[in-house]
Design a protein around this ligand. Structure first.
Ligand code: GLA
Length: 740
């Protein structure tokens, strides 16, 4: 019998949701709406929380009750607020009735407690397949005006201190209703003494950390690109000003969604912070026709008092158990070589086979054939949509090429950009209407290409047929699913005029549907998502594609920042990390092969350069890197990740992080230095997460050290970094700690 994690006080209608270390409490108020009471460190279950629900009169506010004039909406912390009944903050939802009114009066109807957590129907979602004590509470509300019903879903995952929330609207009436906004989660916190920590950037510079104190008014991150985007990631944190990676209170918020999103924090007149996360209400409108429902994506909330490393670790653990395709949860990911930066579009089977053979000798496990294998795609102006092989490059078909790769005992992967169409393609000749465009407007190209209307079932069928044909005929082990532009002229001639605002969400549902069909039909194919690098690095896609290409920027120094930032919200096993050539194609920077390896080790490792052009010493080095990675692969991909020296704090010149095995018998720390400076101070490196009573050997040191010494007193880092032989700019050191 699972321990009670959801406590309901029937008499007072108080709901207290407990995880191992947190409490989330709310109640039904006298007007039938749900009022938020507390979210934070675990506290005792009580029949009510009078102290926390005390009210005081504040001037200049409407009142909801004659008996209790202090019941004033602007001063109330609510669970899922409407607009129009006196709470003037931005609401969680809004519905328009046939007469144009947007006023609703949703009141509590009943609740339901369920064991476990089931998946959502058309959206990626969390689950509890392994019966890890999850429990679900469904609270139902009914609108006194329209009859509309609202279900607020709360699922508790006690051991990872995670709460998953979503909302579902159903229209049982005969009236046509329109949802103007339907966020996934609202959380009203009682004060605003927090820093908002977000992960922003652009192409090739994804997920850099920005930390700012909350201020009165709305602050938000969002996307209108029909994609979670390079520019803003849906993951954000609210941390007390003193909180660091090591200690302090912090909330994490994320969304299991890949389309237009909004994460907003509104600090109101009484310093309450309202956090809303969900589908961006801009460019959204959903017809809730009679007898239909609308389910929002799921929002993830997590909390700890123990700093941001702990938050990242508990969320990473949660995703691996309750979100990622279970087929791949604990599966070591293959070391791959991808031909993109090696050849770009200039290749044929013979050229690729020289790379494959070389890779095989070096111990690399998978070859990924990137863009350019289909149609007549010799540059990026043509052929998207024509997912059949270019016979000029592969006279005997991809099957033959794939067979040769497989014959060497290697795996074989293929690149697709399913959602796209080139004007110069057979597909466009046949189905120009499948391209997203507004017939009255000039289509705006992006990378010379356009986007397919993924709201059309026939488009999904077409892509499914061609992709499954390739999967079967070429015996694919892996697919890299790319998406290289954002949508303009968002309009579908398939949809009615009043459905056009449904299109951004319907588009994403189409993407999910194709992913769902393919992953169900081919459960052993490993999918890696990609969007010009890390432009769709989100939990929605993580559900289908356990790994993602982190960034098109493969420069080691830039990757230190990108991977450091990404690690706050996502585990290393999700990050594709490759060694590429120097001078680096994006930055022109030269870094050593050693440093490129030492950065790429901390993720799903691979190579992305022409290994047939490398000197024998470099090939030896690659062989060593591959062997080293294989030895510690599980630790690199699935070990507990600790950030130690941040590039986003202080000078940022030294960056370090570390992974530790579950049994704490192995750990690997990396210390990177951007620029070398002369006559350095004596330096110690402080390990994290070791067993204090265990003795460890570091690299090949003859001596051993207790974990407590390595963590508290540190490990001497040699910094005589000017022996004249090797540049100590962009320098890396790895410390492998092994229990003895
Ligand atoms: C995107 C990807 C790259 C590569 C190219 C191919 O930019 O991020 O890794 O696949 O497309 O066109």
């Amino acid at each position: 019998m699972a321990p009670m994690t959801i406590n309901v006080n029937e008499a007072n209608l108080v709901f207290h949701l407990q995880t191992d270390h947190t409490s989330y409490i709310f109640r039904i108020m006298e007007n039938g709406e749900a009022g938020q009471i507390y979210y934070g460190q675990k506290i005792h279950v009580q029949p009510n929380y009078k102290n926390l629900t005390s009210r005081e009169w504040r001037d200049d506010n409407p009142s909801l009750s004659e008996e209790d004039p202090n019941f004033q909406p602007p001063a109330i912390k609510s669970e899922y607020a409407s607009l129009g009944k006196g709470d003037f903050r931005y609401p969680a939802f809004q519905v328009t009735q046939e007469n144009g009114s947007r006023i609703t009066e949703l009141t509590y109807d009943h609740y339901q407690l369920l064991n476990g957590k089931s998946r959502l129907a058309d959206l990626p979602s969390t689950f509890d397949d392994a019966n890890d004590d999850a429990q679900t509470l469904v609270l139902s509300f009914k609108d006194q005006i329209t009859g509309l019903t609202l279900e607020l879903n709360y699922s508790i995952f006690p051991h990872q201190d995670v709460i998953v929330k979503s909302a579902k609207f159903t229209n049982p009436s005969s009236e046509k209703l329109v949802l103007n906004r339907a966020l996934s989660s609202q959380l009203d916190l009682p004060d605003s003494n927090y820093d908002l920590i977000q992960f922003s950037g652009t192409w090739a510079r994804e997920r850099h950390l920005y930390r700012n104190q909350l201020r009165p008014g709305i602050q938000s991150i969002s996307s209108l690109r029909t994609s979670s985007s390079h520019q803003q990631n849906p993951f954000m944190m609210l941390a007390r000003p003193q909180t660091t990676d090591e200690q302090g209170d912090v909330f994490g918020f994320n969304l299991v969604y890949s389309g237009n999103f909004l994460d907003s924090v509104e600090v109101d007149q009484y310093d309450t912070s309202r956090i809303l996360t969900g589908i961006n209400p801009d460019e959204f409108g959903w017809n809730l026709a009679p007898q239909t429902s609308f389910q929002t994506p799921e929002a993830i909330l997590s909390y700890t008092t123990e700093g941001m490393n702990q938050l990242s670790q508990q969320m990473a653990d949660f995703y691996s158990q309750h979100l990622v395709n279970p087929r791949f949860t604990h599966e070591d990911r293959p070391i791959l070589i991808n031909n993109w930066e090696a050849t770009y579009f200039d290749f044929n089977e013979a050229k690729l086979m020289t790379i494959v053979n070389q890779a095989h000798q070096l111990g690399i496990e998978m070859f990924v054939l990137d863009d350019g294998w289909f149609g007549h795609r010799d540059d990026d102006t043509t052929s998207l949509g024509d997912w059949f092989v270019d016979k000029k490059k592969f006279p005997n078909g991809i099957e033959h090429f794939s067979q040769q790769v497989h014959d060497l005992g290697m795996k074989f992967g293929l690149w697709f950009e399913p959602e796209m169409i080139s004007i110069d393609s057979d597909l466009y000749q046949k189905h120009p209407e499948w391209m997203i465009h507004d017939p009255k407007s000039t289509p705006t190209p992006g990378r010379h290409q356009f986007v397919l209307d993924m709201t059309r079932p026939e488009v999904i069928d077409y892509l499914y047929d061609l992709m499954s044909h390739m999967i079967e005929s070429a015996n694919l082990d892996y697919i890299k699913w790319d998406m290289n532009r954002h949508i303009t002229e968002m309009f579908s001639s398939e949809l009615t005029s009043d459905q056009q605002l449904e299109m951004p969400h319907r588009y994403i549902l189409g993407v999910y549907q194709l992913y769902d069909r393919l992953t169900k039909a081919y459960p052993n194919v490993l999918f890696e998502s990609c969007a010009s690098g890390g432009g769709r690095f989100d939990l929605g896609l993580m559900y289908y594609a356990p790994q993602a290409w982190t960034s098109d920027d493969t420069d080691a120094a830039e990757r230190m920042l990108i991977q450091f930032g990404t690690s706050y919200g996502y585990p290393q096993s999700m990050m594709g990390t490759h060694v590429s050539a120097v001078p680096n194609d994006q930055m022109g920077r030269i870094t050593s092969l050693k440093t490129r390896g030492a950065v790429a080790f901390f993720g799903d490792f691979g190579y992305e350069l022409d290994i047939t052009k490398m000197a024998p010493e470099e090939l030896d080095q690659i062989k060593d890197q591959v062997a080293f990675y294989k030895q510690y692969r599980h630790l690199f991909q699935f070990g507990k990740f600790y950030r130690i020296d941040s590039p986003f704090v202080g000078s940022g010149n030294v960056i370090s992080w570390q992974v530790v095995s579950d049994d704490r018998k192995q750990a690997i720390a990396a210390r990177y230095q951007l620029l070398n400076h002369p006559n350095a101070p004596y330096t110690r490196f402080y390990f994290k997460g070791l067993d204090p009573n265990q003795q460890y050997q570091i690299n090949d040191d003859a001596e051993t050290y207790y974990g407590d010494e390595l963590m508290n007193a540190g490990y001497f880092v040699p910094t005589i970094l000017a022996d004249g032989k090797e540049s100590k700019d962009f320098y890396s050191q790895l410390f492998v700690a092994k229990a003895v």
